[in-house]
Design a protein around this ligand. Structure first.
Ligand SMILES: [Zn+2]
Length: 169
C-alpha cells in the first residue's frame, strides 16, 4: 500500500494523494484526477496507511455446500478466513486490501464454489454478520410491554397478542 501525502501549505494546499516517489527535497503526490505533482517536503505530511483490522468474529462464511438444511454459515477461524480472503482475491480479481476493505464495508464476496457445485451450483460466500438489532419494546394500552412488531391495534387501543380479545370490543 502506498503512503498517503497530505499537502498542508504552499501552492498545493489541500491536495491529498498517494506518494508516488520521494526524494530528499520533494514528494511526488498523485493527483486524484491523474498525473502527479512534486511538492516540497516541508509542505507535506506523510501518513503510513493503517492496516484495517478485520475481526473474524464479525464475519460469517459458507463453503457453499447445500445440505439438507441449506448452506451452513460459520464464523471463520484464522485459517478459514485466510482461505476465504485468498479465494476472494482470485474470484474477484481484487488485492488483499480491497478484499479486506470490502468485508469491513459490509459487502459479501464470492470466494469459491461449493465442493458439490456440479449438483448445487452454489457459491462460497463470506460477508459481515448481520447485526442483531436490539428489539424495541413498546408499552401497549393493555398495560403490557411487547416487541414493537408484535403490537396489535384493537378497537380499545393498542394491545399485546394475549390481550387482543379483551381489548377488542
Ligand atoms: Zn396485554
Amino acid at each position: 500500500m502506498a503512503k498517503i501525502a497530505e499537502v498542508t501549505s504552499g501552492n498545493w494546499t489541500g491536495l491529498r494523494g498517494d506518494v508516488v516517489k520521494e526524494s530528499k527535497k520533494l514528494v511526488y503526490v498523485r493527483r486524484p484526477g491523474g498525473g502527479m505533482v512534486p511538492v516540497n517536503r516541508e509542505h507535506v505530511i506523510i501518513a503510513e496507511p493503517q492496516p484495517i483490522a478485520l475481526d473474524p468474529q464479525m464475519l460469517t462464511m459458507t463453503d457453499g455446500y447445500v445440505g439438507s438444511f441449506g448452506k451452513t454459515w460459520e464464523t471463520p477461524t484464522a485459517e478459514t478466513l485466510e482461505i476465504a480472503i485468498t479465494g476472494a482475491m482470485r474470484e474477484n480479481g481484487m488485492t488483499r486490501e480491497q478484499v479486506v476493505e470490502a468485508l469491513v464495508d459490509g459487502r459479501a464476496l464470492k470466494w469459491g464454489v461449493s465442493p458439490n457445485y456440479y449438483y448445487d451450483h452454489s457459491d462460497a460466500i463470506i460477508g459481515r454478520k448481520r447485526e442483531a438489532r436490539p428489539v424495541e419494546m413498546v408499552r401497549c394500552d393493555c398495560g403490557h410491554s411487547v416487541p414493537q412488531d408484535t403490537r396489535m391495534m384493537a378497537s380499545l387501543g393498542t394491545s399485546c397478542p394475549d390481550c387482543y380479545d379483551r381489548m377488542s370490543d
